[in-house]
Write a protein that binds this ligand. Structure first.
Ligand SMILES: Nc1nc2c(c(=O)[nH]1)N[C@H]1C(S)=C(S)[C@@H](COP(=O)(O)OP(=O)(O)OC[C@H]3O[C@@H](n4cnc5c(=O)[nH]c(N)nc54)[C@H](O)[C@@H]3O)O[C@H]1N2
Ligand SMILES: Nc1nc2c(c(=O)[nH]1)N[C@H]1C(S)=C(S)[C@@H](COP(=O)(O)OP(=O)(O)OC[C@H]3O[C@@H](n4cnc5c(=O)[nH]c(N)nc54)[C@H](O)[C@@H]3O)O[C@H]1N2
Ligand SMILES: [Mo]
Length: 757
């Protein structure tokens, strides 16, 4: 294949819109993942790799953070995981020839899809100040460049260290230890854009920022609410758990502006009836809430529970504060405001409430549809209020289930990847590391972009991820990164952040989770924590994509040694990289819940969760908090729509696998905007019209825009629209963040449509 001529993406005219599917998985899912695997890896490697996903001696799937069932199917099969694995285990290589031929400016003109399809990075690369092309550099020189830049800063707070959620516990632990040894808490991470709102709300309400259920709880529940989540695409293995619950008689309610395929019917590819395409109906009730209407919806359900006195009085008396305040807020709730915010008829809310009242074991699952709005923290507190009023925390078959995205995003937080570490966390860790840890809060993702833009941060290091494309306000973020003196990315594959460099840039290739990690002390394992706080080992088996690759742990330790010297406090950096057991010893001594870490990874273990384990709450007064939340109705001016930016079936965050969204009937293109047919009619835009998406002007008159989208008539509530991330990130204003959590409001962007010129 000639590197000069990229395979052209299909022209806009190829885009095809068919009917949306009413079910997920089944045979098409298997065929799709096999096709993807074969194209990237060939037959032998496909079979070899897929056999090791989530098996006892294999690697942890990077597809999502949904836990593994104790009894595994022969292949714990999921299209999502198979594609994520193929993406990493691909035989394609982005070697130095590619970077010799293509300038950074030329690479930047290519699509995300094209960049990712170049294959695995093979050697460290350096873009010197003023250079046009990345060129190979030795690891040693690369570390020299970074340590030189860090030493040149007036303060360690002029550097920021991003983490994406694939980083293992071991790498995350040494990374935060290094960053804090430098003297800063500038540790932004993908969580800031993801489940931060969940963490903030849960900390306030129940004293711990994690979910309170196990997989068994899901299977034992009699009622499961799935709010703001599209498991058929993003957590396909969750459908098996929902199916198991349904087999035992549970009811499932989907709360979602869209009627997502996996929730309406699921053909379990592990079962014959699923293979033949006669799956089970998953959702018993679909609640088509307006975008951003969940706060009002949950408040309205809670008001009905209070009015009917359908409370677990013993639980509330023994464990909760705030009943009177919540009662007063419920009494003051304005039914018209609820109707305006939710777009729902009262009888739908009544039906939902009746199901909640009839349930003895309720689980609520949620994801980005709840966390990426201005009032997300309040929304999630209202979700918690519901379960507290009903006594559904710390009861088998019941509880809170924020479904995480990246496979170790929860573990990274546990290891201390957090710009606002709790003092108790630092107090416990400090004597173990043996050097002082900074206390002042650091920058989150949005804070980092602002600081780069204003010249307050000069060195940016990304441990994985694709900071530019994942972040809001693409043009602003690109310009901000461009002002940095040095940008460094530790990565497996090429992406847009790498071709939007600072004045100088380094690209450091690393091992993926599928690959063998051999250090001086022998072959290494790493560990990860899933969405339900279970920690287990992961061991790669494939030969690394190139002999130059280093593990994330090895990269951090070598950089720390180069920058700080061989030893900092009690930490000997090189020794940690030789044998990861030594890292786990530090974790065992310094972080709660990891006693005997090395001994226990063999079989895995579940971290303590006081509300789940003993109905105890580590809030300031030891009680769970019922918190009243004033209603917010988003203001959408006439002629405007409320846009949510979501994932297609053929992408993993900013990595685009393909251009189809099978379940939603979209083929061969991603620049589509889904709008209610009546709204299109009122706007005078027949389906199929090419439109530009325009944001509301800023005070200085700036209008954010994303051009040339196909308008598609779709079953979504009136006044709402949907389009894919990351193409639409340019529309999300940097300053538009969730109250208290700072999460960009990627699920509620006010836009208008204009016919493209
Ligand atoms: N294949 C695949 N798997 C993934 C990922 C991926 O990109 N691809 N990403 C991973 C990551 S990091 C994450 S965080 C998760 C994300 O998993 P999801 O949260 O399922 O991802 P989104 O596509 O953002 O979908 C949000 C869902 O919320 C709904 N929604 C939008 N706005 C609202 C609202 O206001 N209220 C309600 N009730 N619903 C709303 C949308 O219609 C959509 O169904 O998936 C993880 N798994
Ligand atoms: N508009 C809008 N924006 C969003 C969202 C949204 O719903 N709408 N969702 C947000 C969410 S939930 C999230 S989590 C973020 C995601 O933000 P990120 O986590 O930053 O983005 P990813 O696309 O997951 O990162 C992919 C890159 O990670 C690198 N990579 C893959 N595997 C490894 C590995 O093992 N090690 C290393 N070092 N690198 C690796 C590859 O180079 C790949 O290109 O985006 C957020 N942005
Ligand atoms: Mo995420």
């Amino acid at each position: 294949m000639s590197l000069r001529r990229p395979p052209k993406e299909p022209p806009a005219a190829a885009l095809h819109v068919g009917p949306a599917a009413d079910h997920a998985a089944g045979l098409p899912a298997i065929l799709s993942s096999l096709r993807h695997g074969l194209r990237e890896m060939g037959l032998r490697r496909t079979v070899q790799t897929l056999r090791m996903v989530n098996q006892d001696q294999g690697f942890d799937c990077m597809g999502c953070a949904w836990p593994d069932p104790a009894r595994r199917h022969h292949a714990e099969f999921c299209e999502n995981g198979a594609k994520a694995v193929a993406e990493e285990a691909t035989l394609l290589r982005a070697g130095p020839e590619l970077f010799a031929q293509w300038s950074v400016a030329e690479l930047a003109e290519q699509s995300d899809f094209w960049l990712g399809k170049r294959g695995r990075l093979t050697e460290p690369l350096y873009l010197a100040p003023g250079a046009t092309h990345y060129a190979p550099v030795s690891w040693d020189d690369a570390f020299g460049v970074i340590s030189g830049a860090l030493h040149g800063l007036a303060s360690p707070d002029e550097a920021a260290f991003y983490t994406s959620g694939r980083t293992s516990n071991e790498a995350a632990f040494v990374y935060q230890a290094f960053v804090r040894a430098l003297g800063t808490n500038n540790l932004p991470d993908c969580s800031n854009m993801c489940h931060e709102s969940s963490g903030v709300a849960l900390e306030q309400s129940i004293g711990i920022g994690k979910g309170s259920v196990s997989l068994e709880d899901i299977e034992m529940a009699d009622l499961i609410l799935v709010a703001g989540q599209n498991p058929g695409t993003n957590h396909p293995r969750m459908l098996s758990a929902l199916e198991a619950a349904k087999d035992r008689g549970a009811k499932v309610i989907a709360i979602n502006p869209l009627r997502e395929a996996g929730l309406s019917r699921f053909d379990n590819p592990q079962k014959v009836r699923g293979m033949l395409g006669r799956g089970v109906e998953i959702a018993d009730l679909h609640v088509p809430v307006r975008v951003g209407g969940d706060l009002a919806l949950f408040a309205a359900v809670n008001a009905r529970l209070l009015a009917a006195d359908a409370l677990d009085h013993d639980f509330v008396r023994e464990h909760c504060d705030g009943l009177d305040a919540v009662r007063a807020a419920a009494a003051a709730l304005d039914p018209d405001a609820v109707r305006a915010a939710t777009g729902l008829d009262d009888h739908v809310v009544d039906e939902l409430t009746a199901l909640v009242m009839a349930s003895e074991r309720t689980v609520i699952c949620w994801a980005m549809g709840l966390t990426q709005h201005r009032h997300s923290v309040a929304t999630i507190r209202e979700v918690v209020n519901l379960l507290l009023l009903r006594g559904m925390i710390g009861r088998p078959g019941a509880g809170l289930c924020p479904v995480r995205g990246h496979s170790n995003v929860q573990g990274d937080r546990t290891m201390g990847i957090f710009e606002k570490p709790r003092p108790e966390f630092l107090d416990r860790l400090e004597p173990v590391l043996g050097y002082p840890l900074p206390r002042e809060h650091g920058l989150d993702v949005v804070g980092t972009i602002e600081a780069l833009r204003d010249g307050r941060v000069k060195v940016f290091l990304g441990m994985g991820g694709n900071f530019l494309s994942a972040a809001p306000d693409t043009a602003v973020t690109a310009a901000a990164l461009g002002r940095a003196e040095l940008t460094v990315h530790v990565a497996t594959k090429l992406n847009r952040s790498h071709v939007t460099p600072g004045r100088a840039a380094l690209l450091l290739p690393t091992l993926g989770r599928t690959e063998r990690d051999v250090q001086a002390g022998g072959e290494q394992r790493v560990t990860v924590e899933d969405s339900m706080s279970a920690v287990h080992a992961s061991r790669g088996r494939l030969e690394p994509a190139s002999r130059h690759l280093r593990s994330e742990v090895a990269i951090v330790c070598a950089l720390a040694e180069r920058t700080l010297g061989a030893r900092t406090g009690n930490v000997e950096w090189a020794a940690l990289a030789e044998d990861y057991d030594r890292i786990r010893e530090l974790v065992a001594a310094g972080i709660d819940g990891f006693e005997d870490f090395n001994a226990r990874i063999e079989h895995g273990f579940v971290l303590p969760h006081p509300p789940r384990d003993s109905r105890s709450f580590a809030t300031p007064n030891g009680r769970a908090q019922l918190i009243p939340n004033p209603l917010e109705v988003l203001d959408v001016p006439p002629g405007h729509l409320l846009l949510q930016t979501l994932r297609s079936h053929d992408q993993y965050n900013t990595t685009i696998y393909g251009l189809n969204d099978r379940y939603r009937g979209i083929k061969a293109g991603r620049r589509v905007v889904l709008v209610h047919p009546e709204d299109l009619r009122e706007l005078g835009l027949p389906p199929g019209t090419t439109v530009d998406l325009l944001g509301r002007p800023d005070r200085d008159g700036t209008v954010r825009r994303a051009d040339r989208f196909r308008a598609v008539a779709y079953d979504t509530p009136r006044g709402c629209a949907a389009a894919y991330y990351p193409e639409t990130n340019a529309l999300v204003p940097l300053h538009s963040v969730a109250l208290e959590s700072g999460t960009p409001t990627s699920k509620s962007v006010v836009i208008r449509l204009a016919r493209s010129g």
